[in-house]
Design a protein around this ligand. Structure first.
Ligand code: BEZ
Length: 261
């Protein structure tokens, strides 16, 4: 059983994880939203890509599981519609309500992948399209290996703090096809993601592992031990060259365009 996943620090996310949104801009190009289309943005986070889709004239609804993220999205994009919800249980009111469903860096937080894809298929109109990117097989393998080695040393059960599912391209295509999608495009590729500075790995772990940070407690000492052990375990991700001291997190992405026809 993993920990609750709705705890986020939107300020830290927008500041230190801006690469997530930046990398998603060309996913909006793949979506190619048209004026007047109704689009659902699943796992919209702080809403920057929701706004990019709206800027193309589409009528977009951002959905997220985290109240913290939604509060930030509403404050930043006051004219847009954001709703709270779990994409593993999309509501009946969404049935046939969208021409396209979009998602960036969110689907790997939802272990019930079949339920997500079934709900997306229901939410789409005939010929609707699903355009998304998530972590694919091999994503952040070095970090995951580090967590599995380090957490038991601190008396913590690793699987409680590793909630993510990173499917292979074959597995995800099978799910899409099972729910009636035709996979038009699917790519599985490396995208090392840069966290600047000596504290880059610490910042990444703090942003993406809020439940783990809570379990380590407020005292800096236990966190420091954890961070030092992780820096050793993930030393192969550390770069120190003319481009500066940084950590390159070993992201591997799965990006696809699928249609209902
Ligand atoms: C990702 O976006 O790939 C990711 C996010 C949190 C933890 C691990 C991976």
């Amino acid at each position: 059983m993993s920990e609750p996943l709705n705890r986020w620090d939107p300020g830290l996310y927008a500041g230190r994880a801006a690469f997530v949104t930046a990398a998603g801009q060309d996913l909006v190009e793949l979506l190619a939203p048209r004026a007047g289309e109704r689009v659902l943005d699943v796992g919209c986070g702080t809403g920057e890509l929701t706004a990019a889709i709206a800027a193309r004239g589409a009528s977009v609804t951002g959905l997220d599981f985290s109240d913290d993220m939604l509060a930030s999205a509403r404050a930043k994009q006051p004219g847009l519609t954001f709703v709270a919800g779990d994409a593993q249980d999309l509501p009946a009111s969404f049935t046939g309500a969208f021409d396209a469903v979009f998602s960036n860096a969110a689907l790997h937080w939802m272990p019930r992948m079949d339920d997500v894809v079934a709900g997306v298929a229901r939410a789409l109109t005939p010929h609707g399209r699903f355009v998304a990117e998530l972590g694919g097989r091999g994503n952040t393998d070095t970090v995951l290996r580090g967590l599995r080695a380090v957490l038991p040393r601190l008396g913590l059960e690793p699987e409680r703090f590793i909630p993510w599912t990173f499917p292979s391209p074959a597995a995800y295509a099978t799910i899409l096809e099972r729910h009636g999608f035709r996979v038009r495009f699917l790519s599985h590729f490396d995208r090392p993601s840069r966290m600047d500075g000596a504290g880059g790995l610490r910042a990444w772990l703090t942003i993406f592992s809020a439940p783990l940070m809570a379990a380590l407690g407020a005292s800096g000492d236990r966190r420091d031990v954890f961070f030092s052990l992780m820096e050793n375990a993930c030393a192969s991700l550390r770069r120190d060259d003319a481009a500066g001291l940084r950590w390159e997190i070993d992201y591997v992405r799965l990006r696809f365009l699928a249609t209902l026809d």
